[in-house]
Design a protein around this ligand. Structure first.
Ligand code: IPE
Ligand code: IPE
Ligand code: MG
Length: 240
């Protein structure tokens, strides 16, 4: 932690938490055991993010395409999410962490939605860090949902089609105030974005690691941030 430059910390870190199933397989366990272990990595990463003073953390917990998985696995993931919310609510309030989510939340089971609503509501005034969970989330779906909102604005005369620009589009994303991620980490050695934050990641720095999510912890997280601090971000401009 001492090696990190405070002035160059990312404002928003986003993580594709992948590799739980392979971790379980490696240990001769069922896939769901990997998800259980993965929840510990979530706790650790949230803790380190808060300690560093990084204000925004977004975790890809369940994609829109993950509905294709077996019912038993989906149910376990939802139960684990509920357990996480129940266990961590106190800690989130204590540490000033605001919880929010992005995605087609209405597709989640009612019990999960209830717990989410409660945690979101009870942490809504916390300001030290925002933890956003992407649940039943897809970047393409978010773009489509945004297009529909913008079309409605035009249809109802609230704006003219000539006025549609990046700014108006951003104002109609799931969470308009969510900044673009500076650093996106993907574990498990896959080099793809899997429909995560497609609009928002236009100029994001990527960090890929072969480490499986349940094995991802403080050391590697700090290493990812240290690597980020070495990058030169140009945003299309030219520097001499
Ligand atoms: C990530 O781990 C968790 C979710 C996608 C919910 P996986 O379950 O995708 O693990 P692998 O990729 O099969 O190893
Ligand atoms: C991405 O992982 C989604 C989450 C981590 C929640 P997947 O395991 O679903 O992605 P693919 O199928 O390998 O692209
Ligand atoms: Mg996977």
């Amino acid at each position: 932690m001492a090696d990190l430059k405070e002035e160059k910390l990312p404002t928003h870190v986003a993580i594709i938490m992948d590799g739980n199933g392979r971790w379980a397989k490696q240990h001769g366990l069922r896939r769901v055991k990997g998800h259980e272990k993965g929840a510990d990595s979530v706790r650790e990463v949230v803790k380190v993010t808060r300690e560093l003073g990084i204000p925004w953390l977004t975790l890809y917990a369940f994609s829109e395409e993950n509905w294709k998985r077996p019912e038993y696995e989906i149910n376990t993931l939802m139960k684990l999410l509920e357990q996480f919310l129940k266990k961590e609510l106190h800690e989130m309030c204590d540490k000033g962490i605001r919880l929010r989510c992005i995605g087609r939340i209405y597709k989640l089971p009612a019990s999960t939605r209830r717990m989410l609503d409660k945690a979101i509501q009870q942490t809504s005034n916390n300001r030290d860090m925002t933890l956003t969970l992407a649940l039943s989330y897809g970047g393409r779906q978010e773009i489509l949902d945004t297009v529909k909102r913008v079309v409605r604005l035009v249809e109802t005369g609230k704006c003219r089609s000539e006025e549609i620009d990046e700014n108006l589009f951003c104002q109609n994303l799931y969470l308009p105030d969510l900044p673009d991620p500076d650093l996106l980490i993907r574990t498990s050695g896959e080099y793809r974005i899997s429909n995560f934050l497609l609009w928002q990641s236009a100029y994001t720095e990527f960090y890929f690691t072969p480490t499986l999510w349940p094995d991802f912890g403080r050391e590697e997280y700090l290493a990812a941030i240290a690597e980020f601090q070495k990058r030169e971000r140009r945003f299309g401009a030219a520097f001499d």
